[in-house]
Design a protein around this ligand. Structure first.
Ligand code: FE2
Length: 364
């Protein structure tokens, strides 16, 4: 961005010279006209106001929201989409020269990682502090949650009696042998879930849990969260751990097969009689080297408006972080639930241990 600005300045200086030459170089009035013309040229510059976003979110609703943001503010959004680890590596390599102003991830632990690596800056925003409940943002305000997602169960009601289900720990019982479906341990969603297990049971307890899960898996982990639901519908397993919004996306899919799959399963919020279900956030922070910090804050503020929060809830079925935002019918039907209150910052601290435990347990 700095280099780009340099180029812009060279281009503008050249333009002033041309304009002055065209107007003639004598007389103050002519020079003043040249300055006025230059101002117009700069404000009409194709660059205009921008915000550069690195995002690992991969949902259709985001494109609509970013377009709405540009329509409402005139700020153009340049979006780079990739996996959050790739984006963090890129930010590290680019350092001070990065073009990114905002980092958006679909997992709190990656935002904690970006903060630890010095890739984010404090957001001095009373509005964010006021709007977002403390549990769903960084206590030092380096990042804020934008949406919540519950890592819950889906099950085949023909093969599972709802009373058999309890919590994540319950799935390691003998009775679940060969019946449990879950994606691979590469998934950041699973790594954060594992961190929440470490937080409550310690590393040894977490290893036992992971081994118990591996022993009960219906098949080697493969596919994404949506695929786990399809595996249940295909009779390959009975219960799966997935992120809640994927059920909303399946129910409302353009593809009738996906809608049929969704209708075949029921949802269950684990650990309701104990610490609550594991809830992760998708969130955002301003990069340490942001050139367009104010525009970045405007974008985050926009994503935290009631209208944007409800659009995300109604179209992508994530839970809003704003307590006052409305939920779509499907989420209301599922009902309220209690969420694990372990701090998301603490989960970030167990990131490396969680990967080690998965490896030790042989969870692919
Ligand atoms: Fe996702």
């Amino acid at each position: 961005m700095k280099e780009l600005r340099g180029l812009k300045i060279i281009r503008v200086t050249g333009l002033i010279r041309k304009v002055i030459a065209a107007l003639g170089s004598t007389g103050v009035i002519r020079v003043t006209s040249a300055i006025i013309i230059m101002t117009v040229i700069v404000s009409c510059s194709p660059e205009g106001e921008v915000v550069n976003v690195y995002s690992s979110r991969h949902y259709e609703v985001d494109n609509k929201l970013l377009a709405r943001f540009t329509g409402e503010t005139g700020i153009k959004v340049n979006l780079v989409g990739a996996d959050s680890d790739q984006l963090i590596t890129r930010l590290r390599m680019e350092g001070e020269r990065t073009r990114a102003d905002v980092l958006i991830t679909a997992d709190a632990s990656r935002l904690s990682m970006a903060k630890e690596l010095g890739l984010l800056q404090k957001m001095e925003s009373p509005a964010i502090r006021e709007k977002v409940p403390p549990h769903w943002r960084d206590s030092d305000m380096y990042w804020t949650g934008l949406t919540k997602r519950v890592r819950f169960f889906v099950y085949d009601p023909l093969r599972v009696n709802r009373d058999e289900l309890s919590g994540y720990e319950g799935l390691t019982g003998e009775e679940w042998k060969g019946r449990v479906l879950v994606r691979s341990s590469n998934s950041h969603y699973n790594q954060s879930l594992m961190s929440s297990i470490i937080a409550v049971h310690g590393e040894e307890g977490a290893l036992k849990w992971a081994e118990g899960m591996v022993a009960n898996m219906a098949r080697e982990p493969s596919g994404n969260d949506r695929d786990q639901v399809k595996f249940i519908a295909a009779g390959l397993g009975d219960v799966a751990i997935i992120n809640s919004y994927y059920m909303g996306l399946l129910h409302n899919s353009q593809n009738s097969e996906e809608r049929n799959v969704a209708r075949k399963v029921e949802v269950f919020f684990p650990n309701q009689s104990g610490r609550g279900s594991h809830v992760n956030i998708s969130g955002a922070g301003i990069t340490a080297a942001a050139e367009n910090r104010e525009n970045g804050l405007k974008l985050i503020g926009f994503l935290l408006s009631i209208e944007a929060q409800e659009q995300i809830a109604f179209e992508n079925f994530e839970y809003p972080v704003l307590p006052d935002a409305r939920w779509p019918d499907l989420l209301r039907q599922w009902g309220t639930f209690s969420a694990d209150t372990v701090s998301l910052e603490e989960l970030g601290r167990f990131r490396e241990q969680s990967v080690m435990i998965f490896n030790q347990a042989g969870w692919r």
